[in-house]
Design a protein around this ligand. Structure first.
Ligand SMILES: Cc1cc2nc3c(=O)[nH]c(=O)nc-3n(C[C@H](O)[C@H](O)[C@H](O)COP(=O)(O)O)c2cc1C
Length: 398
C-alpha cells in the first residue's frame, strides 16, 4: 500500500466538485492513508459531513469550537499531525484567503499552521480561473512552496467549456503518492550553512550583516523534499526550519566553522549559503564598552573562511556549492571564487539586479561551473532553491 502509515489532511471547499472529495478519501484510505477532513461551512452545501466522516473513519471538522462546553478543534495540532495537506476542491475564495494569509475559519488556520507539504486542486468556472486576481493568488501560493494540481479543460458545471475542472481523484491521489516516493537525493547527506554571523564587540554589541537566512532555509527544505538527510548550520535568524531538518544554531563565524567542520566530512553535498563575517573584533570586552569623548578604534582580525577551509578538505565524491554576491565584474569574480574555494558550482547573485540579495523574498541567479554558466529569471527564493538543487542533481549525474 503506497500510503501506508501516511497522515493526510483533506480540506474541502464550497464547489460542485466537492462530491469528488468522497472519491479522493476512498482512494487514500484504500492505499493505506489515515485521512482527516476539514470542510468549510460552504462545503456543507455541496456534500455531507456524514459521507466524508464515514469514508475517512474520523469526525469531519468545520468549526473552531466543538460545542458550548468550550472544547475546541486545535488547528495547530491538526496541522502538525499531517504528513501532507491537500485542499480539494480549492475554491477561488479559499485560494484568495490562503494567498493573503486570512484566517477566518478552521481550514485556513490549519493551512497557516502547516509545516508539511501543501497541495491544492482548484475547481471553478473558466472565467474565475482566468481572472487576474486568481492568477495573482496562484503566483503567491507557488512562492509559498504550495503545489498546484492543475485543473483540466472540459465541460464545467455551468455548462461552459474551458479550464477549471478539478483534476480527477486518481490523479490527485497519485500526486500525493509521488511525494512519498524516494527522492533523487535519497541516501545522500547534505549540509547547508545559512544566515548571518554576529561577531561580538562586548556582551551587548556585535558586528553583523543583513542576511535573513531565507535562501539557506529554502535550500534545506528543497534538499529534504528530494530525500536528502539535511543538517542546517544556521546563524541567528527568525526562521523555523522544516520538520525533518537537523538544525545546529550558531552565532559567530568561529562557531559556524566548528559546527560545519563536524558535519562536513560525512556530507555528500555542502551548500555554503551563509553570509559569514570576513572580520571580527580582535578582542571582545568582558563588560559593556562605555561611551567616551575620543574617537573609538576597533581592531579587526580575519575570521575563518569556512567555504575555503572546508572546500579544500573535500574528498572525491563530495560536492560543494558556494554563493557569490558581487557588485562589479560579477562573472569573473565568481569564477575566481569557484576555483580558489574548490567549489563544484557557484551561485552568483548580483546586487545590481532589482529584487536579488539580502532581505528580498526573490532572487535572480546564475549557476556557474568550471565549464558552463546558466542564467535564471527573477524568482521566489523557494523556486531558486529548486533550481539550485536541480543543478546539483544534474551535476552529480553528469
Ligand atoms: C452552485 C454553486 C457552485 C459553486 N461552485 C464553485 C466552484 O466550483 N468553485 C468556486 O471557487 N466557487 C464556487 N462557488 C462559490 C463558492 O461556493 C463561494 O465562493 C463560497 O463562499 C466558497 O466558500 P469557501 O471557500 O469557504 O468554501 C459555487 C457556488 C454555488 C452556489
Amino acid at each position: 500500500m503506497p500510503l501506508a502509515g501516511k497522515k493526510v489532511l483533506l480540506g474541502v471547499c464550497g464547489s460542485i466538485a466537492a462530491y469528488k472529495s468522497a472519491l479522493i478519501i476512498r482512494l487514500l484510505v484504500k492505499n493505506g492513508a489515515d485521512v482527516k477532513v476539514i470542510m468549510t461551512v460552504s462545503a456543507h452545501d455541496f456534500t455531507t459531513p456524514l459521507t466524508l466522516a464515514t469514508l475517512s473513519k474520523h469526525p469531519v471538522l468545520t468549526n473552531f469550537s466543538k460545542d458550548e462546553t468550550g472544547q475546541w478543534n486545535n488547528h495547530v495540532e491538526l496541522a502538525l499531525w499531517a504528513d501532507v495537506m491537500i485542499i480539494a476542491p480549492a475554491s477561488a475564495n479559499t485560494l484568495a484567503k490562503m494567498a493573503n494569509g486570512l484566517c477566518d475559519n478552521l481550514l485556513l488556520a490549519t493551512y497557516l499552521s502547516a509545516r508539511c507539504p501543501v497541495l491544492f486542486a482548484p475547481a471553478m468556472d473558466l472565467d474565475m480561473w482566468q481572472h487576474p486576481a486568481t492568477q495573482r493568488n496562484l503566483k503567491s501560493l507557488a512562492a509559498f512552496g504550495n503545489k498546484l494540481i492543475e485543473p483540466t479543460h472540459g465541460e464545467l458545471a455551468s455548462g461552459l467549456i474551458g479550464t477549471g475542472r478539478m483534476a480527477e481523484p486518481g490523479q490527485i491521489v497519485e500526486t500525493i503518492e509521488n511525494l512519498f516516493k524516494p527522492g533523487k537525493l535519497t541516501g545522500k547527506k547534505a549540509l547547508v550553512t545559512a544566515g548571518p554571523t554576529y561577531e561580538a564587540l562586548d556582551p551587548v554589541r556585535f558586528i553583523g550583516n543583513h542576511s535573513t537566512g531565507k535562501m539557506g532555509y529554502a535550500l534545506a527544505e528543497e534538499l529534504l523534499l528530494q530525500g536528502a538527510d539535511v543538517t542546517l548550520v544556521s546563524g541567528p535568524t527568525h526562521l523555523t526550519a522544516p520538520v525533518g531538518v537537523t538544525v545546529v544554531k550558531v552565532t559567530s563565524a568561529e562557531e559556524m566553522f566548528h559546527a560545519s567542520q563536524q558535519h562536513f566530512s560525512h556530507a555528500d553535498i555542502t551548500i555554503f549559503s551563509a553570509a559569514v563575517a570576513d572580520y571580527r573584533p580582535a578582542h571582545k570586552a568582558d563588560q559593556k564598552i562605555k561611551k567616551g569623548n575620543t574617537p573609538m578604534h576597533i581592531e579587526l582580525v580575519k575570521t575563518y573562511d569556512i567555504a575555503a577551509e572546508l572546500g579544500n578538505q573535500k574528498k572525491p565524491g563530495q560536492v560543494t556549492v558556494g554563493f557569490a554576491l558581487e557588485t562589479e565584474n560579477e562573472t569573473i569574480n565568481a569564477q575566481a571564487k569557484l576555483k580558489s574555494k574548490n567549489f563544484d558550482l557557484i551561485v552568483l547573485n548580483s546586487l545590481n539586479d532589482t529584487g536579488a540579495g539580502f532581505g528580498y523574498d526573490t532572487n535572480k541567479i546564475s549557476i556557474i561551473s568550471a565549464s558552463a554558466s546558466k542564467e535564471f529569471n527573477l524568482k521566489s527564493k523557494k523556486e531558486v532553491a529548486a533550481d539550485i538543487v536541480t543543478a546539483i542533481i544534474e551535476y552529480i549525474h553528469a
